[in-house]
Design a protein around this ligand. Structure first.
Ligand code: SF4
Length: 104
């Protein structure tokens, strides 16, 4: 089961990080929620595979260290989501379907 595509409306906004929203619940360090609105990454699914970082033609993602998280201790953070050109490469390569992309 991958990221819930309805998270933008079904989950509460828990805060901001690097210019994007974080959708909760968040209970550091074990539950981290979903980062981003245009490019959403479910941090609780992300296993730090890195395919999205390699696939993205406009460098939307940057590694974020997340020590203590049960799925992986770093995450692909969509710090540059405003640059997204909606090619869907990241969505297609993610092995755990942790990414949902939606134009604003
Ligand atoms: S849809 Fe394409 S441009 Fe947008 S974040 Fe994913 S790989 Fe990058």
């Amino acid at each position: 089961m991958g990221i819930d595509p309805s998270y933008r409306t079904s989950r509460p906004v828990a805060g901001d990080h690097e210019g994007h929203k974080v959708y909760g619940p968040v209970e550091n360090p074990k539950i981290l929620g979903i980062h981003g609105s245009i490019v959403g990454v479910d941090f609780d699914l992300c296993i730090a595979d890195g395919s999205c970082i390699n696939a993205c033609p406009v460098n939307v993602f940057q590694w974020l260290d997340t020590p203590g998280h049960p799925a992986s201790e770093k995450k692909a953070d969509p710090v540059n989501e405003q640059a997204c050109i909606f090619c869907m490469a990241c969505v297609n390569v993610c092995p755990v379907a942790a990414i949902d992309v939606k134009p604003p």
